[in-house]
Design a protein around this ligand. Structure first.
Ligand code: ME8
Length: 523
């Protein structure tokens, strides 16, 4: 089985979208942010140096409208919501390195530099334009992009007819170069069906991109350096965040970091990234991002979860009620990456009970209780292992291979499923070995040491593997088993085969079972 090895010391740059500050973070944003966090932790364990960016996108018409509706100055309004995003990610233990804000002074300077550079190179022209504009998307939509009722399919609102003179970025010039890039780099958009979707979109003539908004309509944006009557289009401003955060266009630009860029997004902003962003970079003469990872949507009752539709699930409420790691596990386990998934509270509680409370939680607690009560310190040696013991221990390697392959192929579900199967194999082993019976027979004490030692080695491996997804539970396992401070941080080429485990006094506290909510009776 081929598993691409991550190179020790290799640097990579992972980004989430920078989120609009027109409402509070919900489960949809949490998915991409948690995934980026899990990927960072996974790669860091394997020796990669990962820089992780998230942040907030703070300009544009809908934000201006929101601030006005609340009677606040736009800057005061965006400060409040940006803080809300940052503190939510901090409370959720997200390990971001950069929290980017598009209202920072450095950002304004860099965006104006990019605009001026493109204008000087003849890549930006002034034209009259008429079209249908969706304020929710902050973009003009073609008829083919509207639903059968003529509404924006994401915001379920009719776009406004707009006619105005604006500046255009000559994106169409780069159509050929972009097609060539997408054809030559099969990993540039993943999963594959999104690359095919963009290639098929590029078979139609590419129109130019309107990159300005007149100030009569929008003042809350970055002024064009060559025409003070206009501000720049929010997407032109926002996309540059990824590059500016690495120091571009200054002397200190960390160009090495820009060599491996993985942007994580959902499919709503695929075109903005695959087409707008790529052509902007081509025009600026900057290397294109290595990979765009595109997820489907989290749905609630068949509709995309979003703040504008008012059906958003609050991640912090779930965490407060059902514990810290469950949300991370549920989101990765339930979504087949690239496709849509439906959130249900029943599914959430089932996942918590079946895989976390009854799965790993029960196994760890069973083993710990028997080992602590009867042995305290567990010792074993290789020569004492039976064929069955060895078979179980070998499964650690197979699971790690499946786990790493799942991450390499963006099939996170497969990685989690392989890990859950390993927990089941451990449970079956305990059922077969009956350590509670061994404990009653003084002549079997040495065999009890071996069986418990095998189980503890399995728990150690399960904890290390799952640490990127369940960091709190993994830390608790490492503490209870006295594995040492750095046990979870790095992952060598094989699992350590410890001869001795000295268990701590406190029973590990993992996942309490949760009650299914009572169904409302509408009769
Ligand atoms: O688009 N399911 O910001 P945004 C899955 N500011 N993911 C979801 C989701 C759902 N129901 N809802 C939101 C913007 N997301 C721009 C981005 S980047 C230069 C500028 C996640 O606040 C997902 O990652 O609307 C999606 O792409 C992103 O939030 C959109 O966030």
């Amino acid at each position: 089985m081929f598993i691409p090895m991550l190179t020790q010391g290799h640097r990579s740059y992972i980004t989430t979208p920078i989120y609009y500050v027109n409402a509070h973070p919900h489960l949809g944003h949490s998915y991409t942010t948690i995934l980026a966090d899990v990927v960072k932790r996974h790669r860091s364990q394997r020796g990669e140096k990962v820089t992780f960016l998230t942040g907030t996108d703070e300009h544009g018409e809908k934000i201006q409208q929101m601030a006005k509706a609340q009677g606040k100055e736009p800057q005061t309004f965006v400060n409040e919501i940006s803080h809300k995003f940052r503190s939510t990610w901090e409370k959720m233990g997200i390990s971001f390195d950069i929290f980017y804000r598009t209202t920072s002074p450095d950002h304004t300077g860099a965006v104006q530099f990019a605009l001026q550079k493109l204008k000087d190179r003849g890549e930006i022209v002034f034209r009259e334009y008429e079209g249908k504009y969706c304020v929710g998307c902050e973009q003009f939509l073609n008829d083919s992009e509207l639903n059968e009722r003529g509404l924006c399919p994401d915001h379920l609102k009719a776009p406004e007819a707009r006619k105005e003179a604006n500046y255009f970025f000559l994106m169409s010039r780069y159509q050929g170069a972009l097609i060539e890039h997408m054809e030559k780099n099969p990993k540039c958009i993943r999963p594959e069906h999104y690359r095919q979707e963009m290639l098929s979109f590029l078979r139609q003539p590419l129109t130019d991109l309107c990159i300005s908004r007149p100030k009569e309509r929008l003042t809350w944006g970055i002024e064009l350096p060559f025409d003070s009557r206009f501000v720049t289009y929010v997407w032109f401003d926002a996309l540059l965040n990824y590059l500016v955060a690495t120091g571009w266009p200054g002397e200190g630009w960390d160009q090495k970091l820009w060599e491996t860029v993985h942007h994580l997004i959902a499919k709503d902003i695929l075109k903005a990234h695959a087409i707008y962003w790529s052509t902007i970079l081509l025009a600026l003469g900057v290397q294109l991002p290595s990979e765009l990872h595109v997820s489907g949507y989290w749905l609630v009752e068949g509709t995309k979860m979003s703040k504008s539709l008012g059906n958003a699930i609050q991640p912090m409420e779930l965490e407060a009620q059902y514990g810290k790691d469950t949300l991370r596990f549920y989101l990765l386990r339930e979504m087949s990456y690239g496709l849509d998934s439906t959130f249900t509270l029943e599914g959430y509680i089932h996942c918590l009970n079946a895989y976390l409370a009854n799965g790993i939680g029960n196994f760890v607690s069973r083993v710990y209780t028997i080992a602590k009560k009867n042995l305290g310190t567990v010792s074993l040696s290789e020569s004492e292992l039976t064929e069955t013991d060895r078979k179980l221990l070998l499964l650690r390697v197979k699971t790690r291979e499946a786990w790493d392959l799942g991450f390499a192929e963006l099939k996170y579900q497969n990685a989690i499923k392989a890990w859950c199967e390993l927990v089941t194999s451990c449970d079956l082993y305990v059922n077969e070995m009956k350590p509670w019976a061994l404990a009653k027979d003084p002549s079997q004490i040495q065999r009890l040491h071996v069986v418990m030692g095998v189980c503890l080695r399995m728990i150690e491996a399960l904890g290390i593997l799952i640490a990127p997804v369940l960091p709190t539970a993994a830390r608790e396992i490492a503490r209870a088993l006295n594995l040492g401070e750095h046990a979870l941080e790095s992952m060598g080429t094989h699992f350590e085969d410890r001869m001795r485990f000295v268990l701590t006094e406190d029973t590990p506290k993992l996942f309490p079972r949760a009650q299914m909510p009572l169904k409302e009776n509408h009769s």
